[in-house]
Design a protein around this ligand. Sequence first.
Ligand code: SIN
Length: 303
Amino acid sequence: MQCYVRRAILRAMRTTQRIADESAILTVAPLTGAMGAELSGIDLRDPLSDSALSEIRDALHSYGAVFFRDQPLTHDQHLVFARHFGALEEHPIVNGMESHPEIIRMHKPAGESASFGVGWHSDNSFLSEPSLGSIVRAEIVPPHGGDTLFTNMAAAYDGLSPGMKRLLDGLVAVHSASEAYTSDTAVDKYDGDTAITYRRSDAITNRVEHPVVRTHPESGHKALYVNPMFTLHFKDMSKEESAGLLDYLFRHATRGEFQCRFRWQPGSVAFWDNRLVMHNALNDYQGFERLLYRVTVAGDRPF
Ligand code: SIN
């Protein structure tokens, strides 16, 4: 825990330095002591210089998620921005837009009960090369509710005892989309009866193995890499044997002091690093519409 607090202080010092640094392009305002920062002073529709992109990358790796306000991007501008950070994915199960297959239209019309992204997860951890990051922009938001929670899995790892870290460092977990995408609520989606539609694919039932603790390929930070939506059990252990420890890790990782919460406005853009954070879209806006667009940047095999 001490290490986590020290990192928060170092981050705060870095932020102050950055604001004072005349050459910095972005202003960085941290959301909480644990993670998340709002970046301002940039228009994402403009061509972005190498230094602006490197400030965004640095902030992403330091804070796990970065947020921009008042960015009325077109779909094409959204894609151009995202491509700066890597190749883009087409989701293997959720249908992308016909005009822009790499964009998922995350629409919940007023009154629809089906929802997307509800529950803690790291995007697409059921792939052997899970998504590096997700870049989401909001178009229609409810008058209240519909926030997204994020939690810092590197801070959660740092907060564990040395004995628990030693135990987890050697463990591998099995991930799959099978439970998330075969629930009762998904059936309507396969029939095309909800705003977001799904297609059946082998990606639903495939099982992949990932280390329980992964190392961030750019910053070297170690982070917990298990999530309640897609992690089924530890390798070579049954679900029952795994449940106690997994449940503890999920409760530990989602403690309030590791989190930040983002309140969307039309034109908000969020960019989170799936290698460092889990997120959870809150479904607390019954009777109101919410429309966000998501682009996912491809990642590599966790180690
Ligand atoms: C997701 O991408 O998992 C959902 C994000 C959101 O709707 O806030």
